[in-house]
Design a protein around this ligand. Structure first.
Ligand SMILES: CC(C)(COP(=O)(O)OP(=O)(O)OC[C@H]1O[C@@H](n2cnc3c(N)ncnc32)[C@H](O)[C@@H]1OP(=O)(O)O)[C@@H](O)C(=O)NCCC(=O)NCCS
Length: 316
């Protein structure tokens, strides 16, 4: 039986990544009742690709040195979120997650964020109650939506960030940050964007009008990525707000679908239901809700979960 003294919270080491991934699959699979819990998430990888990102911090829980849980804090400029938070099932309900959460809040405080959030199981009193203890409040549901790939797609190939020359690429990353800043002060995906390109775990789809950025989406797909080989997972997407945002959003979805089709993958995208127009537009384009959870934020505020924020994300 572990004691509060034998459990330590430290930074995760690179040599822990394989075991952290195993615990993550086992924990989610056990909670969800998957017959072989280690097969949870299939070929998708939610831990390793984040390790080299400049905008993440990994923390570990250990019992006498043995890894028993972990959490990842991710920074998108002035906004941060955490997850996957996982604890080895034999250690559940002994306060391990709470120790990890206390440490995560210290990281967020050090980063000086305006707001932080998470995505969790809406039906679970344990999950919602646990996060409420740390100042998080549930908001709208977030739907995880998918759309099958179009066979024989004749869509225009989209503009990809990886296809731009270095100087143009830097300009485009700055333009992405200016666009998100207009949606929510300080929101900035630059670190995440650089990480996707560096690790080749997907690409960034850009939509433009006469050279001006209309929207962008981080599309994670391929072996070793968060999407895996069969999915093009839009981890974050956004279009310039204001008049015409709905049309720009449609163009961004079309560009993401063309990119996914070129990889033979289905699109997966998270949509917070506070963004009613965007959600309805995705339904109209043939997206179906596969599952849903709830977003929780600290402090209790809308943030960019608003009807006028044409954003795709889910904070997994
Ligand atoms: C969710 C998970 C990380 C929790 O880890 P844990 O170490 O068991 O959690 P802790 O023991 O630290 O905290 C449990 C807390 O949940 C809360 N809780 C539990 N049941 C509750 C209920 N019915 N109502 C309200 N709050 C409840 C309590 O605050 C409790 O702590 P307390 O009894 O000391 O007050 C772990 O169960 C896990 O890995 N699950 C599978 C993966 C997963 O779901 N990850 C999170 C995805 S968002």
């Amino acid at each position: 039986m572990p004691t509060q003294q034998s459990i330590q919270i430290t930074l995760l080491k690179e040599s822990d990544l394989v075991e952290a991934d195993r615990i993550c699959r086992l924990a989610f699979g056990t909670f969800l009742g998957v017959p072989n819990p280690l097969e949870t998430f299939g070929d998708r990888s939610f831990i390793a690709p984040r390790w080299h990102s400049p905008n993440t911090k990994f923390i570990a829980a250990r019992d006498n040195g043995r890894l028993i849980g972990s959490n990842i804090a991710t920074r998108w400029g002035s906004f941060g979120f955490f997850g996957p938070l996982t604890v080895l099932p034999e250690y559940w309900d002994r306060g391990v997650a709470q120790r990890l959460l206390a440490s995560t809040q210290t990281i967020f405080d050090r980063w000086g964020l305006r707001r932080t959030g998470l995505f969790t199981f809406a039906h679970s009193p344990k999950h919602v109650g646990l996060y409420q203890k740390y100042g998080y409040w549930p908001g709208y549901l977030t739907a995880l939506m998918t759309r099958a790939p179009e066979s024989g797609s004749t869509q225009h190939p989209p503009t990809l960030l990886s296809g731009l020359k270095k100087a143009e690429r830097e300009q485009a990353i700055d333009a992405c940050a200016r666009l998100t800043h207009k949606i929510d002060k300080g929101l900035d995906l630059s670190g995440e964007i650089r990480s996707v390109l560096k690790q080749r775990v997907g690409d960034v789809v850009l939509t433009q009008t006469r050279g001006a950025l209309d929207g962008f989406a981080l599309c994670l797909t391929g072996p070793g990525s968060e999407g895996g080989e069969k999915l093009c997972y839009i981890k974050f997407g956004a279009v310039r707000p204001g008049t015409g945002a709905d049309k720009r959003f449609d163009q961004l979805l079309a560009a993401c679908e063309a990119f996914a089709a070129s990889r033979g993958a289905a699109v997966e995208a998270g949509m917070n239901l506070a963004r009613e127009g965007a959600f309805r537009q995705m339904k109209a384009r043939g997206y179906r809700v596969m599952t849903q959870g709830v977003s929780m934020q600290r402090p209790h505020a809308a943030g960019f979960n608003r009807a006028d924020a044409w954003v795709i994300d889910d904070w997994r």
